[in-house]
Design a protein around this ligand. Sequence first.
Ligand SMILES: Nc1ncnc2c1ncn2[C@@H]1O[C@H](COP(=O)(O)OP(=O)(O)OP(=O)(O)O)[C@@H](O)[C@H]1O
Ligand SMILES: [Mg+2]
Length: 113
Amino acid sequence: MVKVECIIRPNRVSAVKDALSDFGVHGMTVTEVIGCGLQKGHAEELGWNTELNINLLPKTKVETVVPEEKVREIVAAIIGAAKTGEIGDGKIFVSPVTEAIRIRTGETGNAAI
Ligand SMILES: Nc1ncnc2c1ncn2[C@@H]1O[C@H](COP(=O)(O)OP(=O)(O)OP(=O)(O)O)[C@@H](O)[C@H]1O
Ligand SMILES: [Mg+2]
């Protein structure tokens, strides 16, 4: 299993969610975050919380744990749904997951995601 974590523009979340759903990915965690990348947040339009952290811009983080064999197509689908071509489109991080357990049933591994 692999965790795909993407930090994207908030207005791209529903497109990314739909793209994931098309690949049979239904489990995900979505979090509102603030952050910055190469430009340290200064070249983009400002949004919520700017009075607190002028250089941290609002983004949305989508995390999903998927079977290893699906990672490539899922990453491609996320890019397709999230890309505008402008700075600040976001980033995708992929990392290994050693175990998953569905609490209700005790199922583990791919059966639990
Ligand atoms: N190295 C990193 N580690 C953790 N989070 C990051 C990292 N780089 C970017 N992020 C997160 O991703 C968000 C979007 O980053 P962003 O798309 O601006 O990356 P970038 O490297 O500056 O690329 P671009 O030049 O296209 O803007 C940031 O607001 C931050 O939340
Ligand atoms: Mg940037």
